[in-house]
Design a binder for this molecule. Structure first.
Ligand code: C2E
Ligand code: MG
Ligand code: MG
Length: 728
């Protein structure tokens, strides 16, 4: 054995070599312990390590200490009076106990020490360069003993050597941890040096960009630039990087395969002690998927999925922009509101798939009728809206020409397989700035223009007129008044005679509602029934008309007049409420035969697919109530449905009768309806007969009944009785 100093040098050398070779910490600590024991063979070395929480000491290396002893002291607390080691660790200073048997620190461990034969214990704290506790280095002696100067030097040097080993192995662990984060991160990471050259990239970087580490190390990260952002973008980025060392944001880069992608990039700088930036770490994640999802959402919130046209929302935005531009450039702008006439009927007759197809085709035709600079939008179900920015000093005829073209295109037959469907449209037009100057008001104007166009018949276009606004005011007023009209006795039921053609006898009548308005005088049902339908009071009003009529039948029957009376029933009344049973019961109660009542419905109702509508209709039929189809020829005119529901009467609409004697086509149609209806076992009633000539022609073709001013207008019950019901 050589000189202690020489010996320690060799030990130190050996420890460093092991450290460089990355030997496990436990091996190195054992080496230190054994090295010390070789220098001082009478002593036993024990190294303990601070646990991560800093509360306890765990065994590090004690190759010559009996196992039962090391096991017993594994995990002792760091604290004052906990043996030599616990106390040394707590105080961060050496604790020398020369006689365990008498020392108070050893009170709890005396027996244990005796079993191992230990009489003295000197413990030196192991600390890192910053003075933080790493563990303890202890030497035990089997005799009571004070350390001499060489011993103290030995302990101190051994503790320093252990500190070195522990620190290095901890640092390595951190590195390993950092490197595994680097490798397994789902975010791509680039590390650049002070010259902004890439020095490392992780596997996620290769996944996102397609470049391997070899391909990019030594390069400037700008090889990823897409060119989508301009110089100023990068200038701002670098300014932030140089000032705060940080930047984050969205940036477009290009993959190795040329594809562009959006990434969320955050760059952080690492500085040396002098504050100079030595590394930059850039982390980014691919936003492409998220971008795609955002795009889909944007698409769905702004476009109609069926036709691909901008929806109401986007149209609102565009119109707003267009109005601002029109204002700036002193131009005008037209808004066109297009509504497909009776589309609901077509939709229900052919099914929604075909209906959808028709809408797509209608959209295409509208697009084909306007310029590319016009915005066509699907506003709702069968409504389209178009914004047409107009060149300066455009004549209104130009807008009318566009409207005319739209109407023409829509009127062309739509092919459904081998069949054809026919559609028509109504168009309302409003103008900026003459009608309104903001989006909301312009939309109100165009809506009123459309309503007016529809009221004047199908396949029409109409301009907004200020009078329309007044009409809208009156309308709102009427709706308010209508609610009270029934309660205040302003409504009356009048009766119009229906004459049997063959005998010229009045055997039937139609009950027609009249509203005697205190200010506006007599208001036509054609005007207020739609309002009543709209606000729902039609149900209440309809029930009242029914009861009035049933009472009237009862009275006239009592007076010996077996008359049959028809009442009109709106589709709305079939949907809301459950009146059919109440109506049937009411008639039974008053002992009025169900056959003396006819319910007039429109064709559209038969096409209504809803089962509650058909079941209500069938309930009336079963009870014996008669059914008539009103205004036949103006709607969808599906004769097969008439048979399916075994309808009793068909009322040919007044519009065919009007020109019966002058228009060849109308006559042919009316004649055909009479013949067809009779083939199907229906009785035909001609409405709106005003002249002898019309009556004669209808009598000739065999029309069963005639109703019209030729025989008489609708009049109050007493007048009806006096004029048309003779005794006997
Ligand atoms: P509608 O059921 O087709 O009634 C026939 C309409 O033609 C009545 O108009 C009648 O007065 C009119 N008219 C009859 N003969 C002639 C004629 O020779 N020449 C002309 N130019 N017109 C004639 P009115 O009374 O104005 O009723 C309009 C519509 O209002 C009715 O059409 C019906 O659909 C509806 N309506 C009337 N009363 C009621 C009711 O109590 N309930 C419901 N839901 N609707 C009703
Ligand atoms: Mg009618
Ligand atoms: Mg009618």
């Amino acid at each position: 054995m050589g000189h202690p100093a020489e010996h320690r040098l060799i030990l130190r050398q050996e420890v460093l070599e092991r450290l460089i070779a990355n030997a496990p910490l436990a091996d190195i600590l054992t080496l230190i312990a054994r090295g010390v024991e070789e220098e001082r063979p009478a002593l036993f070395a024990s190294i303990q390590l601070r646990d991560p929480a800093g509360k306890h000491l765990r065994n590090g290396a004690a190759p010559s200490v009996p196992d039962f002893y090391t096991q017993a002291i594994d995990g002792i607390a760091i604290g004052e009076g906990v043996g030599s080691c616990g106390t040394a660790a707590a105080r961060r200073e050496r604790v020398v106990v020369a006689d365990i048997a008498s020392h108070p620190f050893w009170a709890d461990f005396r027996e244990l020490a005796a079993r191992a034969g230990f009489a003295a214990c000197w413990s030196e704290p192991i600390c890192d360069s910053a003075g933080h506790l790493l563990g303890t280095f202890a030497l035990y002696s089997r005799t009571s003993l004070e350390p001499d100067a060489t011993d103290l030097e030995l302990i101190q040097q051994a503790a320093q050597l252990a500190a070195l080993a522990i620190e290095k192995s901890r640092a390595e662990e951190q590195l390993r941890l950092a490197s595994s984060v680097f490798k397994s991160s789902s975010e791509a990471i680039t590390v650049t040096d002070e010259n902004n050259r890439i020095i490392a990239v992780n596997p996620a970087f290769t996944r996102v960009t397609g470049y391997t580490a070899q391909e990019v190390v030594g390069q400037d990260p700008k090889i990823l630039a897409s060119g989508r952002q301009g110089k100023s973008f990068y200038q701002t980025m670098w300014q932030a990087l140089n000032e705060s060392g940080q930047w984050q944001g969205e940036i477009w880069n290009r993959r190795k395969n040329g594809e562009m992608y959006a990434e969320w990039l955050s760059i952080n700088a690492i500085r040396d002690e002098s504050g100079k930036i030595i590394r930059r770490i850039a982390m980014f994640s691919d936003l492409t998927e998220r971008k795609k999802a955002e795009e889909v959402i944007w698409q769905q919130t702004n476009y109609d999925q069926l036709t691909g046209l901008p929806n109401r929302r986007l149209f609102g935005d565009r119109l707003h922009q267009e109005l601002r531009r029109a204002q700036r450039e002193h131009r005008s702008l037209a808004v066109m509101f297009i509504d497909l006439d009776r589309f609901r009927e077509v939709n229900e007759a052919h099914g929604h798939d075909i209906g959808d197809g028709l809408l797509v085709e209608a959209a295409r035709r509208i697009l084909s009728a306007v310029r590319e600079t016009d915005t066509v939008s699907r506003f709702s179900g069968d409504e389209f809206i178009v914004a047409l920015p107009l060149p300066p000093s455009t004549e209104p005829e130009l807008v009318e020409r566009v409207a005319q073209t739209v109407l023409q295109r829509i009127a062309e037959p739509f092919a459904i397989g081998s069949e054809h469907a026919f559609l028509s449209a109504s168009i309302g037009i409003a103008l900026y700035p003459s009608d309104a100057t903001d989006v909301d008001s312009l939309m109100k104007c165009v809506d009123q223009a459309l309503n007016a166009a529809k009221a004047s018949g199908t396949n029409h276009y109409g301009w907004f007129m200020p009078e329309l606004q007044a009409a809208a005011r009156v309308r709102r007023q009427l709706i308010r008044d209508l609610r009270g009209a029934l309660a205040t006795g302003q409504l009356e039921v009048h009766f119009q005679p229906v004459v049997e053609t063959a005998t010229e006898q009045v055997t039937k009548a139609e009950a027609l509602l009249r509203w005697r308005h205190p200010e506006h005088g007599m208001i036509s049902p054609a005007q207020f029934i739609p309002l009543a339908e709209e606000v729902g009071v039609i149900v209440e009003i309809g029930d009242w008309v029914f009861r009035e009529v049933v009472w009237q039948i009862k009275r006239w029957r009592a007076a010996g007049h077996a008359i049959q009376i028809a009442i009109n029933k709106s589709p709305r009344q079939f949907v809301a409420g459950n009146s059919q049973q109440e109506w049937i019961d009411y008639m039974r109660e008053l002992d009025v035969p169900p056959e003396s009542l006819v319910i007039e419905i429109t064709e559209g109702l038969l096409l209504d697919g809803r089962s509650e509508v058909t079941s209500k209709l069938l309930a009336f039929r079963e009870a014996g109530v008669k059914i008539a189809i009103d205004d036949f020829g103006t709607g969808y005119s599906a004769l097969s449905y008439l048979q399916k529901f075994s309808v009793d009467f068909l009322k040919i609409d007044r519009s065919f009768i009007n020109d019966l004697t002058t228009d060849q086509k109308d006559r042919a149609l009316a004649d055909a309806i009479v013949v067809m209806a009779q083939k199907l076992g229906l009785k035909v009633i001609a409405e709106g007969v005003e002249t002898q000539a019309q009556r004669d022609h209808l009598a000739e073709v065999g029309c069963d009944y005639i109703q019209g001013w030729y025989y008489g207008k609708a009049v109050p019950a007493t007048e009806f009785e006096a004029s048309f019901l003779k005794r006997g």
